[in-house]
Write a protein that binds this ligand. Sequence first.
Ligand code: KG4
Length: 338
Amino acid sequence: MDKYILAIESSCDDTSAAVFRNNVVLSNKVAGQAIHEQYGGVVPELASREHQKNIVPVVDVALKEAGITANQINAVAYTRGPGLMGSLLVGVSFAKGFALANNIPLIEVNHLQAHVLAHFIQEENNKIEQPEFPFLCLLVSGGNSQIILVKDYLDMEIIGQTIDDAAGEAFDKCAKVMGLPYPGGPLIDKYAKSGNPDAFSFAKPSVKNYDYSFSGLKTSFLYFLRDNIKTNPEFINENKEDLCASLQKTIVDILLLKLTKAAKDLNINHLALAGGVSANSELRQRFLDLADNKTKTFIPKFSYTTDNAAMVGISGYYKYLKNIFGSQSNAPFSRIDF
Ligand code: KG4
């Protein structure tokens, strides 16, 4: 019999609700929070307040669009962590209340695991090709940069991760020192399109195994700008495109070097990309270019790579199949490992 799952995501600054019939997404609504733009980053207290305003209308629209009523839902899946505590609490409290009111089970979802499982979301009348186990997933977002060995839907191992900043943070922080608004990642992508990626070179880290580090790059970028501004106050304006292209190339080089090394060492042929930074056009193109007659590459649809509840719904579905349910007494986690 078909199972209907309501999914809730509220870990950072997007309030999202999705409805699934088994592994098929019926609706996936996201309310973003423009309020943070003026502060140059997400303000946690403001994020929680916006979630409070958005959660009920977003769920309402998701149910309506799916053509499903609350009493048809078999379980409610929600992001338990990691994320901002105040933001998580809004989604967690809503999910618990919804589960109690409808007498249905709760399913706790790890936000990072959900980014990976976004590759398994299916759409009505549109079969989406999926990676085969085991595969490697490069998860790059504003808060994480990880290489994950995915052995099964719910069996994942982080084999490499950033020891300091995430790739998205590197984009955003470097954009900030150039005077670009938050989030700067998409703007760097935009300006890079008309710049020369070999105009400047920046420090690449030397980190062990499959780990990443981006704080050195950020510092080297900052010092490079500072030194050049001393002799030419217009240096950033005059070189914006080249700076963005060179910085972006460096970040993508760093990300793909470790991924290809891991794939070679572990002899894995299916590679997947996940997280908000996978929107970056150079990363997407160079990642897709890794495909050959042996290697296959996978990137989910854009709407499933940024923070969204559809990825929580698909994770909930695979947990439901294994009868892995949560508890009303469990609190959210701001930090969590698989
Ligand atoms: O996964 P995500 O939506 O949420 C968080 O983890 O917060 O990722 C957001 C991150 C931000 O750092 C943003 O600047 C970055 O993804 N990002 C991009 C692009 N689009 C979003 N970075 C580079 N190029 C892009 N086109």
